[in-house]
Design a protein around this ligand. Structure first.
Ligand code: UDP
Length: 238
């Protein structure tokens, strides 16, 4: 177990948008470097880490379908976008000396392992970071739902959702200076208050399986470690 930490095995969800930084598109190498530093810190402290990466910085199925594409076909493109992000993140981790494996829900032998649950757990036990690519492998799902699913599958102690604010507020803190932050909130309240945290499928999967969710600010250096030690500012959804 990782000394000083409240959570020892975590599933970190990174959206595609999180990876693009301020550029508005693509992958920002500075963001990848910052994340790799933060992940290196917790891995060296003994935390077991898996990551689910989104693809919204490159392609989203709903956007393609709004433009007239077949929805399922568009979603497969979205899933392939998550593979690109996963490989970029792996590159960053490896450059920082963190051993990692990408496991894809769509077979792609030359660039990634296939997702195998027990193998993923074994990697984490050996101190390797496992990056889950290609979502669930099914159209009509999101990477938030993938993250909730994988967190449950690998028996994570918590799921962490990286954002650019330090938690969940009752209204948008960037638009409303009086917005109030929740330190803790139940999944039921997230659903009934229609707070925009994750899609309902992801929320109910976490709720039904008692998976705690930490919503936190990834842009502050060292914050992943602080939040996992119970020190940083975040919102706990339970
Ligand atoms: N996607 C999918 N099935 C999944 C996960 C993702 O079809 O299980 C597709 C979907 O089209 C989605 C895209 O991949 O729009 C990128 O994922 P997401 O929008 O969740 O990325 P994020 O918002 O986290 O960047």
């Amino acid at each position: 177990p990782a000394e000083g930490y409240k959570y020892h095995r975590v599933l970190l969800k990174l959206s595609g948008e999180a990876l693009m930084g301020d550029a508005g598109y693509g992958i920002d190498p500075k963001v990848i470097d910052d994340l790799a530093e933060q992940i290196k810190e917790i891995v060296e402290d003994g935390v077991q880490v898996a990551i689910t990466v989104g693809g919204g910085n490159i392609f989203r199925g709903v956007a393609g379908s709004a433009d007239g594409m077949d929805r399922a076909q568009a979603d497969y493109i979205g899933m392939l976008a998550t593979v690109m992000n996963s490989l970029a993140l792996q590159d960053g981790l490896e450059r920082h000396g963190v051993s990692s494996r990408v496991q894809s829900a769509i077979e792609m032998h030359q660039v990634a392992e296939t997702y195998i649950r027990l193998r993923a757990i074994r990697h984490m036990e050996k101190g390797r970071v496992v990056i889950f690519a290609a979502g669930t492998g099914n159209p009509y799902f999101t990477t938030d739902t993938t993250a909730a699913l994988r967190a449950c599958e690998i028996n994570a102690d918590c799921m962490m959702k990286a954002t650019k604010v330090d938690g969940i507020y009752d209204s948008d803190p960037k638009a409303n200076p009086d917005a109030k932050k929740f330190d803790k909130i139940s999944y039921l309240d997230v659903l009934t208050k229609e707070l925009n945290v994750m899609d309902a499928a992801a929320i109910s999967l976490c709720k039904d399986n008692d998976m705690p969710l930490l919503v936190f600010n990834m842009t502050e250096p060292g914050n992943i470690a602080r939040v996992l030690k119970g020190e940083g500012s975040a919102t706990l959804v339970y």
